[in-house]
Design a binder for this molecule. Structure first.
Ligand code: GCO
Length: 426
């Protein structure tokens, strides 16, 4: 049995605009980050200034031997006012795609990765049915401008995460006063406050899926041959004896409904970090004795194999690992994580699953939403006071895997991290 990944397999890393660009001031998150007594650990600020430094960053990723790069286009920049599009912003993202191609990286572009324009939130955000049309109009515009350069489009990142947030994380009542104040700051009523991550009702789910479907149609109308899919956050949902019914019910609500809605797509983007265990009374915490990551998740890299199999079973579609990775300060554990994860992806391929690519989350240490810059998911570290990039050993290791298209041939990389000058690295 071949231990090679297939020819043409996409090897890449992933980022999201708001987490790396810096000064994304026209989006909803920026406002929420700056509220007095915000729930955000710190504001995103300059982030890693990827908005300006993308040429060096892309060159660095190409030098590591990747052949693809997944990044997102920021809706708040492209459509700063309802119905008014910024050609300058579209040109910026076109230059990013051109830079990728010039370096041999195929652009896989996400049109929405959590952040939305402020004006959208003042109009009811992701709980308002009209948002689907607006998103499709924006998707058409982006495709007109960049479509000829793209390898694939992910319409919406983690379509199911608002539902997960509502059902798993905000059940004890979220910080109401924060939501009320944020609603006011974004000119929304508290009843209609629906930034993407807050759109956790069944109505929100339906708006998000309608937005995906309408955007897919709009993209296809512009470029019929461009592969379009959504991405979904999939933990490996395991049942302990007696927990099967509860797990199945939760898996239906949190994953299966979304996989079913993707059945007409060209591929499914699977994003996995860990597993979750279910007993007869619901979700259980981490198992005693299992190592935890910075996020408090179990170190469970084999989860990606299980979720790919589930996505395959539910859809039969081509799959892409659009995110997989670990938040840790210990880069040796990151390397170990990727090693096991990639073995489990390879086992899926050997069993006949059609997996088209693997994108590590993330290329760089970046802004981890409410948690700020503390969690470090990057293959490349960034000193944000100088914007100096430093390649971690795990990046060197993954680079060997990508170049050999084989996990076995990559040796453990023990050498010290490589420092890359702030002003160019050549
Ligand atoms: C996601 C998130 C990323 C996170 C990553 C680590 O798509 O899940 O988009 O933005 O940074 O998941 O928690």
């Amino acid at each position: 049995m071949s231990d090679q990944f297939p020819q043409g397999f996409l090897w890449g890393t992933a980022t999201a605009a708001h987490q790396v660009e810096g000064n994304n001031t026209n989006c909803d998150f920026w406002v929420m980050e700056h509220l007095p007594d915000t729930v955000f650990a710190e504001p995103s600020g300059d982030a890693i200034d990827h908005y300006h430094r993308y040429p060096e960053d892309i060159a660095l990723l190409a030098d590591l031997g990747f052949n693809s790069y997944r990044f997102s286009v920021e809706w708040a920049r492209v459509e700063p006012e309802n119905g008014r599009f910024s050609t300058a912003a579209l040109d910026h993202y076109r230059r990013m795609c051109e830079t990728c191609l010039a370096h041999g990286l195929k652009p896989v572009v996400t049109y929405h990765h959590f952040t939305s324009p402020r004006w959208l939130i003042s109009q009811g955000g992701w709980e308002n049915g009209e948002t689907a049309e607006k998103f499709a109009r924006y998707a058409a515009k982006v495709t007109q401008h960049l479509g000829d350069l793209l390898e694939a489009v992910c319409t919406i990142n983690e379509v199911n995460i608002p539902r997960m947030a509502a059902m798993l994380w905000m059940t004890g009542g979220s910080d109401d006063s924060f939501a009320r104040r944020a609603a006011q700051a974004l000119h929304a009523t508290p009843e209609q406050f629906a930034p993407f991550l807050f759109a956790g009702t069944a109505q929100g789910r339906d708006v998000i899926l309608a937005a995906h479907h309408q955007a897919r149609a709009a993209i296809k109308a512009e470029r019929p041959s461009l592969p379009v899919g959504l991405t979904i956050a999939m933990s490996d949902m395991q049942a302990l004896p007696g927990g099967e019914a509860v797990r199945d019910q939760m898996r239906w609500e949190l994953q299966d409904v979304f996989l079913e809605a993707a059945r007409e797509d060209d591929f499914v983007g699977v994003q996995t970090y860990s597993r979750d265990r279910y007993g007869p009374d619901g979700p259980l915490g981490p198992e005693e004795g299992v190592e935890l990551t910075q996020m408090g998740y179990e170190f469970w890299p084999q989860a990606i194999g299980a979720t790919l199999r589930r996505a395959h079973e539910m859809t039969g579609l081509p799959l892409m690992v659009t995110e997989n990775g670990i938040g840790t300060k210990d880069d040796g554990r990151r390397l170990a994580y990727y090693q096991t994860a990639l073995q489990s992806v390879l086992a899926c391929l050997q069993d006949g699953l059609d997996v088209r690519g693997y994108f590590a989350w993330s290329a760089f240490d970046n802004f981890e939403w409410m948690l700020g810059y503390e969690p470090t998911f990057g293959l490349i570290a960034v000193d944000r006071s100088t914007q100096q990039r430093t390649i971690k050993p795990s990046a060197r290791w993954l680079s060997q895997v990508a170049q050999a298209s084989q996990v076995a041939q990559a040796s453990q990389v023990a050498q010290a991290s490589l420092i890359v000058g702030a002003n160019g690295w050549g």
